[in-house]
Design a protein around this ligand. Structure first.
Ligand code: KIV
Ligand code: ZN
Length: 509
C-alpha cells in the first residue's frame, strides 16, 4: 500500500542498466554502485538477475549481505529455477524482494513464449505463489504491458495480487507508449483491476522514443506510486527512464505533481559520475540534470541575466544535485589537512590507505597544474578508490610520435615485485601504447572504444580517458585513467581495464 503522496524510487541500474550493450560490471563495481545508491536514498535496488550467470549471482548476494536499510530485489522469470535462485541470492538482505515477470502481450506470448493466454495466467499465478513462499515482498511485472490487451492484462494482475504480489509493475518494455495514452492506460488498470488498491502500482518505461521520463511522470499523475529507472538513463537499447530526471522533475515541479520522494538529491551528481565511470558510458554534455552543460550559461544575454538574478535562467540550484559552485580550491602548497577537509566537504570519507594514494596523486597533479578544482579532486578520488590493489601499475612511458615517424611506445609496469619493460610500434601513439602493454602482460586485447573528456577547462586541464577492451568480442572491460597528458591517461586506462580482465579471469568469470 502506498503512503499517500510518496513516490517510491526503484533503481535498476545494476540490472536493466547493466543490460546496456557493452556494459559489464564486476561484483566489486556493482557493490560500489549499490552502496552509493543506498546513500542517495533509493527505496529499492534491483541488484541483478541471479540466474543469468554465476558472476551475477555472486554480485547480488554480496549486495544483499552488505547493503542495509534498503530493499534489495532480484529478478526472476516466472520459472521455478529463476525464483529459487533469486531467493538464494537475496535471502540475506535486510528487506529482500523477488521480482518475477512474464510477458502478457499477444506478440510476446505467441512468438516468444509460445504460450496461450490461459497458460500465461496460470504461470504468472504459480510464480508469484512460489516467490511468496520465500518472502512477503513480491513484485510482479507484466512484460510488454503497454502493448497487451487491457482486459487480459487486468486479469493477469488480479491473479498475481490474489497469489500475494505486493507490487504490480507495468512496463513499457519497448518504449512504444506516449504520455497521454500511458496515463489513460494506468487509470484504466486502476479502475478495472480487483485488489489494485492493496498494492504499490509501479511503472518501468524504456526510452526508444525519448519518452521514458515523460511516460513515467504521466503515470505518476495517473496514480502510479513507484517509478523504475536507471541512473543516467542507461539500459536495454535506448535505455530506461533516467532516474535523476524523474526525481528532479518531481522535486522541482512539486507544484504540479504534489508528490515527494525520499531521495537525497545532493548525492545525484556523485552517483551519476560513479555509474558513468564504472560502466564506461560517457554522459552527453547536454544531458538534463547531470550533463556537463546542464548548468552552464554560454550566451551573453543568459550570463547577464544570471548575474542579475540566478532564477532568470536556472530552474534548479546546481547545489541541490550535488554540484559545488566553488572553483579554485587547492594548489601546490596545500597540505594533507586541507586536502582531507575539502574531500570531506565534497562527501568523500576515505580510509587512510585511500587517502594516502589520493594525496600522492594530488601532489603530482599539483606539480603540473596550478589550480586544482573540485572536479579535479573528484576525478582523482574516483580513480584512486577504484584501484587499491592493481595487478599491474604503470611506472612510466615514453612515446615517439609525429607526422613522419612510426609511432613507438616504451612502457614500464610493475607486477608485484617485478619491474617489466617493453616497446612496440603502432598505427598511432595510443595503439603503440596498447601493444607495448600487451607485450608486458602477454594478453592480446582489442580496443573497442576510446573517449576523452576534459575534466576542467584550460590547456592544463586533466584529460579523462575512458576506454573499453574486449579479449573475445563478448566480454568488455572498462578502463579509466586521468592525467594532464592524454597519452598517459590512455596508458593508465588501458592498464586499469587489463587489471579488471585479470581479476575476472582469476575469479573464474
Ligand atoms: O522492460 C521490461 O519489461 C523489464 C521487465 C523485466 C521489468 O525490464
Ligand atoms: Zn526493462
Amino acid at each position: 500500500m502506498s503512503d499517500g503522496n510518496r513516490v517510491y524510487i526503484f533503481d535498476t541500474t545494476l540490472r536493466d542498466g547493466e543490460q546496456s550493450p557493452g556494459v559489464s560490471l564486476n561484483a566489486e563495481e556493482k557493490l560500489q554502485i549499490a552502496r552509493q545508491l543506498a546513500r542517495m536514498g533509493v527505496d529499492v535496488i534491483e541488484a541483478g538477475f541471479p540466474v543469468s550467470s554465476p558472476g551475477d549471482f555472486r554480485a547480488v548476494q554480496a549486495i544483499a549481505r552488505e547493503v542495509r536499510g534498503v530493499t534489495i530485489a532480484g529478478l526472476a522469470r516466472a520459472e521455478k529455477l529463476d525464483i529459487d535462485t533469486a531467493w538464494d541470492a537475496i535471502r540475506m538482505a535486510d528487506q529482500p524482494r523477488i521480482h518475477t515477470f512474464i510477458a502478457t502481450s499477444d506478440i510476446h506470448m505467441q512468438h516468444k513464449l509460445k504460450m496461450s493466454r490461459d497458460k500465461v495466467l496460470e504461470t504468472a499465478e504459480a510464480a508469484v505463489r512460489r516467490a511468496k513462499g520465500y518472502t512477503p515482498d513480491v513484485e510482479f511485472s507484466a512484460e510488454d504491458a503497454s502493448r497487451s490487451d487491457l482486459d487480459f492484462l487486468c486479469r493477469v494482475i488480479e491473479k498475481a495480487i490474489e497469489a500475494g504480489a505486493t507490487v504490480i509493475n507495468i512496463p513499457d518494455t519497448v518504449g512504444y507508449a506516449v504520455p497521454s495514452e500511458f496515463a489513460r492506460f494506468i487509470s484504466e488498470i486502476r479502475s478495472r483491476t480487483r485488489g489494485i488498491e492493496k498494492v504499490v502500482l509501479s511503472v518501468h518505461c524504456h526510452d526508444d522514443l525519448g519518452l521514458a521520463v515523460a511516460n513515467s511522470l504521466a503515470a505518476v499523475v495517473a496514480g502510479a506510486s513507484q517509478v523504475e529507472g536507471a541512473i543516467n538513463g542507461i539500459g536495454e537499447r535506448a535505455g530506461n527512464a533516467s532516474l535523476e530526471e524523474v526525481i528532479m522533475a518531481l522535486s522541482t515541479r512539486k507544484d504540479q505533481f504534489g508528490k515527494y520522494t525520499r531521495i537525497r538529491t545532493e548525492e545525484i551528481y556523485r552517483t551519476s559520475r560513479l555509474v558513468s565511470n564504472l560502466t564506461g558510458m560517457v554522459i552527453q554534455p547536454n544531458k538534463a540534470v547531470v550533463g556537463k552543460n546542464a548548468f552552464a550559461h554560454e550566451s551573453g544575454i543568459h550570463q547577464d541575466g544570471m548575474l542579475k538574478e540566478r532564477t532568470t535562467y536556472e530552474i534548479m540550484n546546481p547545489e541541490k544535485v550535488g554540484l559545488s559552485h566553488s572553483n579554485l580550491v587547492l594548489g601546490k602548497h596545500s597540505g594533507r589537512h586541507a586536502f582531507k577537509n575539502r574531500l570531506e566537504e565534497l562527501g568523500y570519507n576515505l580510509n587512510p590507505a585511500e587517502l594516502n594514494k589520493a594525496f600522492q596523486s594530488f601532489k603530482s597533479l599539483a606539480d603540473r597544474k596550478k589550480e586544482i578544482t573540485d572536479h579535479d579532486l573528484e576525478a582523482i578520488v574516483d580513480e584512486e578508490i577504484r584501484t587499491v590493489d592493481p595487478v599491474y601499475s604503470l611506472d612510466y612511458m615514453h612515446i615517439s610520435s609525429g607526422s613522419s615517424v612510426v609511432p613507438t611506445a616504451t612502457v614500464g609496469l610493475t607486477r608485484a615485485e617485478d619491474k617489466l619493460q617493453e616497446a612496440a610500434c603502432g598505427n598511432g601513439p595510443v595503439d603503440a601504447i596498447c601493444r607495448a602493454i600487451d607485450k608486458v602482460t602477454g594478453l592480446s586485447c582489442k580496443l573497442s572504444s576510446w573517449e576523452i573528456q576534459a575534466v576542467t577547462s584550460g590547456t592544463d586541464a586533466i584529460g579523462e580517458v575512458t576506454l573499453k577492451i574486449t579479449p573475445d568480442g563478448e566480454r568488455f572491460y572498462v578502463g579509466r585513467g586521468i592525467s594532464t597528458d592524454i597519452l598517459e591517461a590512455s596508458a593508465k586506462a588501458y592498464v586499469h581495464a587489463v587489471n579488471k580482465l585479470i581479476w575476472d579471469s582469476e575469479m573464474g568469470r
